[in-house]
Every structure is written in structure tokens, then in C-alpha cells.
Design a protein around this ligand. Structure first.
Ligand SMILES: C[S@@+](CC[C@H](N)C(=O)[O-])C[C@H]1O[C@@H](n2cnc3c(N)ncnc32)[C@H](O)[C@@H]1O
Length: 485
């Protein structure tokens, strides 16, 4: 009963996001979705030939090949020893925002003005503006690169409304909506600014820029740019600069890569060069694979347009909610009054965990290498304990860590873990479809956007099941220790 109530609460969050997304899509100009991995022009120039002509290095045993279903990729045509330099780009080849095109002062300052209106988190749009500028420039130095870019991207801003709903996961739907809303607003801002700009200062050569072209440019950058080290700004912190790296961005992703990017000198040096070096012996037909980062499927889908099955870095987001915890603990049969009314000392610890107070961050996660968000685990352990002194013997880090030790004793550990299992059940119930239904949808003849949306939500559910399985195993182990002690 309690689980059902809590499930309804989570469901409400999903329903809200889904209905708000559907409502806003009604007024949206359709950003057409096409699955084909076709390039911007039917027969683009030879990218490898262009790079060599520009003074870059491409190992003679490399070629670009179709790596269906990943699109194009870089492939070894023969054996290449580990440690070999595979690709090297000279300084002038990467496309970056902060290098103005020559003799385009007015246009560049207009571009800067537009870029200032982009929020930091959408940095890809900033470099996207530069990409659009070069795409619109007749005889652009980068045309051999740009013409080789995909014509369409599989990121969810291009999904039809039903497939955004099909994601069934409020945090991602929220991000997709945010990006779509931004593109719609930005189109209007750009139009009003460019209306008052003379043709010589027009950054896009007088061409129309709309949500569709902005979305294309933002997705081209989010799915292909690499952030390279800039100079140190302070305390050893570097300012990373995103850049588009021709040919290097034809390498696909793997968490078990066989090559890596090596940056020589900082991005502002005249001598900066960017290389790809083989990290293992390459065999014939082996694709060159880079690690794009230890990212969750939310990022992979939102920025790159793909989902990784059994992604070890994926997580499911939950909202830390005392009523939800109370319902879950009731369902687990380990209820405690503290969930709804924590004592003063418990409240103080919750504040230290940033789960209470005006600045509280209530987003907690399940999954990833730590399995249970440390703040959630510590909160459960503390709320299930009535012994202030026993709790205060431990520092927060110990309370936040799922280790061999049960810091507050076996009984509290078991109750905390059982509550997490109940939370998992609640989280699973909040998805409108079941894993088996998703599996059977994936066997049907469906569009690539439906396929991606269903894969995404199914992976989230499988992740929850995996967390439940691992925690149940832990509960069994702890119970065994308890019974033999
Ligand atoms: C940097 S580009 C790599 C080159 C790209 N395949 C192409 O055709 O231009 C990144 C894109 O390649 C595809 N991709 C790369 N790694 C992938 C993977 N492990 N699984 C699925 N798609 C992948 C995705 O479409 C992604 O947005």
C-alpha cells in the first residue's frame, strides 16, 4: 500500500514532465528527424587527403569506413604496433570559437554578441555558432571538414513528441525540453539582432538561421567536440577549450579504448599539436576507439545520440523526499518515526549532508560504481539510528560509504539496505512500462528514435534491477554474519 502511494508520487513527477513536454511540442516547429548517417553533401572531399595537405599526419594504414550502426569510423587496414602515432593535427586545423576568421571583424563581434546570450551549460551552441558561420562561408578553409559532417543527428531534441514521452524518465525529458525551449527562444533573439546588422557584418553571410540549423550545429558540436587543456587559470585549474578536431572526431567511443588523445602544449601555444596514439596493437579492420568519458546514458543520449547497454557509469536519479523514504521503509517493514520527523541531531547531520535547508540538493542517485548515493545511504543509516553517540563516533565519509563494515551495526545496516531495495521497487513502478514490454517493442519494426527512447528507459530499469540484486546479495551476506555472530 505504502509502496503504491510512493510510486504514485514518483509517477506524478514523470507525468508532469511528460505532459509539459507534449504541450510545448505542439507549438514547436518540427526539427525533422532522419536516421540516415548520410553526410552534409553526397560526395564530400577526402578528409584524410585534406589533412595531409594541411601538414597533418594520418598513418598510412588508416582509413575511414562505415561502422554501422555507429556511422563512420576510423579503421586500421593492417597491423599497427602499440604506441604508434595514428593521427596528428597541426595547430590551425581544429575549429574553435575563440579564433576569429581573418578580415571579418564586424561579423565576429556580432557572433560574440550572440554567443554571450548562450548559458554556460550550453557551451556546444557557442562553438556551434562558429560552425554555422563557417558552413555559410563560401570557400571556408574548413569546408572539406564540414561537408563530411553528418546531415542529421540522433539526439533527442530531434525526436518526435511521442518519443520524448517514450523516454519515461523525467530528468532527461526536462533536459530535452530545456534545450528545445532554448533553441526556440534563441532563434527569435538571433533574428531580432540580425535584422539590424548590415550585410557585411552578418556572421552567416545573410543566410537564415533557425531552430533546425541551430539544433544541427549544437548537436554536431556536442557529439564531436573534445575539450582540450587551456592555460592554468589558478590553483592548478585549467580552462578547457572545446574544439572540433577533424578526423579525430571520426573515431567512435568505447569504455575499453585502444587509442588516446595526446595534447602537446597548451591550446594557445603556436606549437600545440593534437595526436591520437595507439594504446595497443591494432589488428586489420580494427576500429580506432577513444573513450569519450565516463558518462551516464543521460549524457550519451542527450549529447551524442546513443545509449550504452549495461553502462557502468549510468545512474537513476531520485528525489530525496522524507515522505518517500517513510513509505519505502514501511514497505520494507523497517519503519522509523524519524523519517517524517527527524530529531534535532539527525536534522543537523542531514543539513551537513546537504539534504536539509535552503541550499539543499535533493537529487540523489542509484547505480554507478558506488551503487547507492553516499548522501542517501548516510541519511538512511542516521535516520534509522536512535543512538546519537554511536552515530557521532563516525565521520560523514564513513557513514556515506558502502563498505564491508556496517558502521552503525548489522541491524541498522540491514534496515537501511532493505529501505533502498523498497526505493528501487518504487522507482521501477514509476515507469509506465515493464522491461518485458520494452523488450518486445524493441523486436518490432520501429523508428530509430523510438528504438533509442525504449533502449534508454529499459537500461534505466535494468540498472535498478541490478542495484536491487547487488543489495539483496549484500543483505544476505550481512544476515549470515548476524546469524553466526
Ligand atoms: C565523434 S562522432 C564519431 C564518428 C561518427 N560515427 C560519424 O559517423 O561521424 C560520435 C558519434 O558516433 C556515433 N558513436 C560513436 N561511438 C558510438 C558507440 N559506442 N555506440 C553508438 N554510436 C556511437 C554516435 O552517433 C556519436 O554521436
Amino acid at each position: 500500500m505504502a509502496t503504491v502511494a510512493a510510486s504514485r508520487m514518483l509517477l506524478a513527477a514523470v507525468d508532469f514532465a511528460v505532459s509539459s513536454s507534449a504541450a510545448s511540442l505542439v507549438h514547436r516547429r518540427p526539427l525533422t528527424f532522419r536516421a540516415a548517417a548520410s553526410r552534409l553533401v553526397p560526395q564530400p572531399p577526402d578528409l584524410i587527403h585534406w589533412l595531409r595537405r594541411e601538414g597533418g599526419f594520418v598513418h598510412p594504414k588508416l582509413r575511414i569506413a562505415d561502422r554501422d550502426p555507429y556511422g563512420l569510423g576510423v579503421v586500421a587496414t593492417d597491423e599497427i604496433p602499440s604506441g604508434t602515432e595514428l593521427i596528428a593535427l597541426p595547430t590551425h586545423v581544429p575549429l574553435r570559437f575563440d579564433r576569429a576568421p581573418e578580415a571579418a571583424d564586424g561579423a565576429h563581434s556580432t557572433l560574440m554578441e550572440l554567443a554571450q546570450r548562450i548559458p554556460d551549460e550550453l557551451w556546444a551552441m557557442r562553438l556551434g555558432l562558429r560552425l554555422l558561420q563557417e558552413r555559410a562561408t563560401v570557400g571556408s578553409f574548413w569546408w572539406p571538414y564540414i561537408s563530411n559532417l553528418p546531415e542529421t543527428f540522433s539526439v533527442p531534441i530531434f525526436f518526435p513528441g511521442d518519443d520524448i514521452k517514450n523516454l519515461q524518465y523525467a530528468p532527461l525529458i526536462h533536459q530535452v525540453n530545456k534545450r528545445c525551449r532554448f533553441l526556440l527562444e534563441f532563434e527569435k533573439e538571433i533574428k531580432s539582432i540580425l535584422n539590424n546588422v548590415s550585410s557585411k557584418d552578418h556572421p552567416f553571410g545573410g543566410q537564415d538561421v533557425n531552430t533546425s540549423s541551430l539544433g544541427w550545429a549544437m548537436s554536431a558540436v556536442s557529439s564531436r567536440a573534445f575539450r582540450l587543456h587551456g592555460e592554468i587559470i589558478h590553483n592548478d585549474k585549467r580552462k578547457d577549450i572545446p574544439m572540433l578536431l577533424p578526423l579525430i572526431d571520426m573515431c567512435n567511443h568505447s569504455f575499453v579504448p585502444n587509442a588516446r588523445i595526446v595534447q602537446e602544449d597548451n591550446v594557445n601555444s603556436q606549437n600545440m599539436s593534437i595526436k591520437v596514439v595507439a594504446d595497443m596493437q591494432m589488428k586489420q579492420n580494427m576500429p580506432v576507439l577513444l573513450n569519450y568519458g565516463c558518462l551516464s546514458n543521460d549524457f550519451f543520449l542527450l549529447d551524442y545520440g546513443f545509449v550504452i547497454p549495461s553502462n557502468p557509469h549510468d545512474r537513476v536519479e531520485l528525489k530525496y523526499d522524507e515522505a518517500l523514504l517513510d513509505a519505502a521503509s514501511l514497505a520494507a517493514g523497517v519503519s522509523s518515526p524519524s523519517f517524517l520527523s527527524p530529531t534535532d541531531w539527525q536534522q543537523e547531520i542531514l543539513s551537513h549532508l546537504n539534504l536539509r535547508g535552503d541550499e539543499a540538493v535533493l537529487k540523489v542517485t542509484l547505480g554507478g560504481p558506488e551503487l547507492i548515493d553516499g548522501r542517501l545511504l548516510a541519511a538512511l543509516r542516521v535516520l534509522l539510528s536512535s543512538d546519537k553517540e554511536a552515530v557521532e563516533k563516525h565521520n560523514l565519509n564513513t557513514l556515506m560509504t558502502l563498505s564491508e563494515e556496517a558502521p552503525l551495526g548489522l541491524s541498522i545496516e540491514l534496515s537501511a539496505l532493505r529501505t533502498v531495495i523498497a526505493l528501487c521497487v518504487v522507482a521501477l513502478q514509476s515507469f509506465p512500462s515493464k522491461i518485458m514490454q520494452d523488450e518486445s517493442i524493441l523486436k518490432k519494426d520501429i523508428s530509430s528514435s523510438t528504438d533509442l527512447a525504449v533502449q534508454f528507459r529499459m537500461q534505466k530499469k535494468l540498472l535498478i534491477v541490478d542495484v536491487m540484486r547487488k543489495i539483496t546479495h549484500r543483505v544476505k551476506m550481512i544476515s549470515k554474519i548476524g546469524s553466526t555472530a
